[in-house]
Design a binder for this molecule. Structure first.
Ligand code: PA5
Length: 422
């Protein structure tokens, strides 16, 4: 089970101060649990029974099974909340199955050519995911891949396309007209909260992840968060401490991990907190570091630079890989490592870093049992719930993204979206 602790050798937050804060804001946790702040229409993600029921999972598994049997390549077209959760799990677990490619998250013509080169000669299926189907990147990615499929499979192309969109959307319309399989992007779930519905679960299943275990992790975490109060509630505790740190000048939070398999999870986490909290001149800037590599870059700043960052270490308890360093023929002066396991060395590097960092900055330590489907489920729900609580404590709406909408507007103007087309 996911466990969280917090340490700061400079005691920036006193125990009494934290207890007072937790007590004074306990209604926030109550409101979140009872979904009572006027956000009812975007809280579909809070109850996995609604969008990840037995029936829904079986439907996704059936289609995923068909694709796994017939495909060498599966292209996930989507950006932001529409691909981040699935990509985190797929890249994190690397299961056997069709090779997964990503499109609709870049406008680089170079990347498009690279992707099309990779697909040559392969049996390809695609899944386009878009909530409102107006976003430029997935719109372009879908066009490119649709043409590629039509060129390669003729009138059979439609049977290789799965579209995930909101019921009643233009994407649904063209799916029906062209014979694509259509899955639901629930109206009641915003992009960055969409890990546990057709959006996140279907690509995970195609890639070979056991989506039932993901959902079980979500359910168990939900149970824990609904039955605990105050400091016992890990999401409320985390949200409260980060808000107090923010008030004390900590303006950035760094998610750090010693396992590169979390690189794409970090992207998901960054989007969740950046789009949810960064508004009205408020919020904590989420950043990430992949250690031990980044100890040789940002490590220095973290310890001795402007004191504006706190750190959240994401750690794995149970060993799942091993490489023993053998004695070398050359005298390279690394003999103190002879017979040692890289897993252990990596752990020691984590322990040493943690020890050093808590001297100068506040640190959370979040530990999961292992990196698997279940713990991804726990992490998704834990952070989504915590982000909701934390956003409420901060006094912003954690579910909109007005800034993103504004840049999209300028981009559409620049590209002449609403001008009459020839
Ligand atoms: O969280 C959000 O709502 C956004 O980041 C969206 O996921 C992102 O902009 C993609 O949107 P869409 O799926 O509508 O293309």
């Amino acid at each position: 089970m996911l466990a969280i602790t917090y340490q700061d050798s400079q005691n920036r937050i006193g125990t009494e101060e934290l207890n007072r804060y937790l007590q004074a804001n306990k209604n926030v946790l109550e409101q979140v649990k009872n979904s009572r702040q006027g956000y009812e229409e975007v809280l579909g993600w809070m109850d996995p029974e609604e969008w990840a029921s037995e029936q829904q999972l079986a439907r996704l598994e059936e289609k995923a099974g068909e694709i796994r049997k017939n495909a060498d390549a599966f292209v996930l077209i989507g950006v932001g909340g529409s691909n981040n959760a699935a990509r985190a799990v797929i890249k994190g677990l690397k299961k056997e199955g069709p090779r997964v490619y990503y499109a609709g998250n870049t406008i680089s013509p170079y990347q498009v050519h690279e992707l099309l080169k990779e697909l040559e000669g392969k049996s390809v299926y695609i899944n386009v995911i878009a909530k409102n189907f107006e976003t430029l990147e997935p719109g372009i990615g879908f066009r490119v891949l649709r043409k590629w499929l039509a060129d390669n499979y003729g009138d059979q192309a439609g049977s290789r396309i799965i579209a995930t969109g909101t019921p009643g959307s233009h994407l649904e319309k063209i799916s029906r007209e062209n014979g694509y399989t259509f899955f639901t992007f629930p109206e009641s779930i915003g992009g960055r909260y969409s890990a546990i519905c057709d959006v996140g679960l279907f690509p995970m299943a195609v890639a070979g992840a056991d989506i039932r275990k993901v959902v079980q992790g979500v359910k168990d975490m939900r149970k824990l968060l609904y039955k605990t109060e105050g400091a016992e509630n890990p999401a409320y505790y985390y949200g409260a401490v980060r808000n107090l740190l923010n008030q004390k000048g900590m303006k950035a939070e760094m998610l750090s991990f010693f396992e590169p398999r979390y690189n794409y999870f970090a992207k998901w986490w960054i989007q969740l907190f950046a789009e949810s909290e960064g508004k009205e001149g408020k919020g904590i800037c989420p950043i990430s570091a992949q250690y031990s590599e980044d100890l040789h870059s940002v490590g220095q700043f973290i310890q001795e630079g402007t004191p504006m960052i706190f750190e959240t270490f994401l750690d794995i308890k149970n060993q799942d890989a091993s490489y023993i360093l053998e004695k070398d023929l050359a005298d390279d002066r690394f003999d103190y490592l002879n017979g040692k396991d890289l897993w252990e060395i990596n752990k020691k590097a984590f322990e040493a870093t943690y020890k050093a960092h808590i001297q100068s900055l506040p640190c959370f330590h979040i530990q999961v049992d292992q990196i698997d489907e279940y713990s991804f489920g726990e992490l998704f729900y834990f952070f989504e719930f915590a982000c909701y609580v934390s956003g409420m404590l901060l006094g912003i709406n954690p579910f909109d993204q007005p800034g993103v909408e504004a840049y999209k507007k300028y981009m559409f103007e620049a590209l002449g979206k609403d001008k009459p087309q020839e």
